[in-house]
Design a protein around this ligand. Structure first.
Ligand SMILES: NC(=O)c1ccc[n+]([C@@H]2O[C@H](COP(=O)([O-])OP(=O)(O)OC[C@H]3O[C@@H](n4cnc5c(N)ncnc54)[C@H](O)[C@@H]3O)[C@@H](O)[C@H]2O)c1
Length: 435
């Protein structure tokens, strides 16, 4: 990890940052500054959307000359902050980060690092060349659940890892809002596969636990469910316009976005910046032109709704990750088998179990349950703990167990890129083939 900024930031001063892309994620991370003004201060914004730029400037009381439409404008101006939080959409991460690295900004970068292996390596080389820190928002590393498991692994209690099985179940309402109706529903549009958009966290967790580089990857998966030929009898094109089964449909836009009020920050523009539409306006939008009012069987989605990945690491360890969309309950599970014991748990349950063989007469194995705090913050509590760690790193403090260098963050992404190639080409991919 590059620590060239240590001399630049006095440890008792807040780290100053510019928001790049005033969307839902950046504003969530920026909320840390409101809770801990002694640690983090938002001093500028880069945002092409004039409404978002203005609302962000008002929220953080920013000077006009610290509000920019493009990163090129920020890069040309005298340096105004220690770092930036880059929360632009997936395919803009590299082009909006490189010019800022070149003029001396460190970066807290949303995942995925890039939408192609080639661009990911370009960003990595630039960060090395300009000796800047890029910390990737692998928030799950900070969730107390995964951090506690990593501590057990690091202690040697279960020996060397032989195999890891992870799953991510993406709930029916999350699947619908993001991968059927929403921003990540088509690779052509957003440039990310569903595996990269949803599970680059899980693939990072696997590589973090194993602590080794991936060697080979195989993957299978497809879009099975959400296509016109599977539409139930009576389904229309828009839930609140021409559907005869809306009242009993699990995917009713009215139920998800009005009755339940789920996923407002995706569905209602600028709601993350405090702009709210009233119920009548929301109903009208879902009836007319909102993409979120569409029938889930009649959208323009082409990403998979389930995918399985098999990985072999350089040290011989193997792993599987299963991503399954449209489940009743959202959940992430992990099962790690080591040479001396095993760990198994479900993130949403907030606990995991450590087992060891116990060959004494009348016994088979010992079992210890560890309970962790799963707060109501998303990602098992990881989001703002990640920002706290970024502040620590920027102040030159020792990296934590969860801290991830760009170099290490890349391993999980390599698996994701290789898995997508494997799925499409129907063969096992060597990691060296995708470089
Ligand atoms: N870490 C996580 O767990 C997690 C969870 C959800 C999303 N994400 C990632 O966060 C990123 C942002 O997602 P979001 O939902 O907040 O997006 P968003 O669409 O709400 O925000 C993106 C913002 O970037 C702005 N923008 C567009 N072009 C720009 C440019 N050239 N320069 C600066 N700003 C520009 C847009 O106008 C918009 O305001 C995505 O890459 C997504 O994959 C990460």
């Amino acid at each position: 990890m590059n620590i060239s900024h240590i001399e630049e930031i006095e440890s008792n001063k807040p780290v100053t940052v510019v928001i790049v892309g005033a969307g839902h994620r950046s504003l969530l991370y920026a909320s840390y500054a409101e809770k801990h003004p002694d640690q983090l201060q938002i001093v500028g914004v880069v945002e092409p959307n004039p409404i978002r730029r203005k609302l962000t400037a008002e929220q953080f009381d920013l000077d006009d000359n610290c509000c920019f439409e493009t990163v090129e404008q920020l890069a040309k101006a005298p340096k105004i902050a220690d770092a930036v939080i880059n929360g632009t959409m997936d395919d803009l991460h590299v082009e909006t980060t490189i010019p800022l690295l070149q003029v001396g900004y460190d970066v807290l970068l949303e995942k995925p690092i890039a939408t192609s292996e080639e661009n990911m390596l370009k960003l990595y080389q630039t960060a090395r060349e300009y000796k800047r820190t890029v910390m990737v928002c692998h928030v799950l590393r900070y969730a107390p659940f995964y951090k506690a498991i990593r501590e057990v692994v690091a202690s040697g209690d279960i020996g060397d890892i032989v195999n890891i099985q992870t799953t991510e179940h993406v709930s029916y309402h999350h699947m619908a809002v993001s991968f059927i109706r929403g921003k990540w529903n088509s690779e052509e549009k957003c440039k990310s596969s569903m595996l990269m958009a949803k599970c680059c966290h899980d693939l990072d967790i696997v590589t973090w636990m194993v602590g080794n580089q991936p060697k080979k990857v195989s993957s299978f998966g497809s879009l099975m469910q959400f296509k016109p030929e599977n539409a139930p009898l009576g389904a229309g094109k828009r839930c609140m316009v021409d559907c005869q089964i809306e009242e009993n449909c699990a995917y009713s836009a009215r139920k998800h976005y009005i009755e339940q009020g789920r996923w407002g920050f995706y569905v209602w523009d600028n709601s993350h910046l405090g702009m709210e539409q009233n119920t009548n306006q929301k109903i009208e939008a879902l009836r007319s032109d909102s993409p979120y009012g569409r029938c889930v069987w009649h959208c323009d989605n082409d990403v998979v709704d389930h995918q399985s990945v098999i990985i072999e690491f350089n040290n011989g360890c193997t792993a599987t990750h299963n991503m399954v969309g449209a489940t009743s309950r959202p959940c992430r599970t992990i099962h790690i088998v080591g040479t001396k014991g095993e760990i198994t748990g479900i993130l949403e349950d907030g606990s995991f179990v450590i087992r060891h063989p116990d060959p004494r007469k009348g016994h088979e194995y010992s079992e210890k349950r560890i309970t962790v705090d799963v707060t109501d913050d998303s990602h098992g509590g990881g989001d703002l703990l990640l920002v706290a760690d970024f502040v620590r790193i920027m102040r030159g403090e020792e990296p934590s167990l969860s801290s991830t260098s760009l170099e290490k963050s890349i391993y999980g992404h390599q698996i994701g890129f290789a898995a997508e190639r494997s799925r499409l080409e129907g063969r096992t991919m060597g990691i060296d083939e995708i470089n």
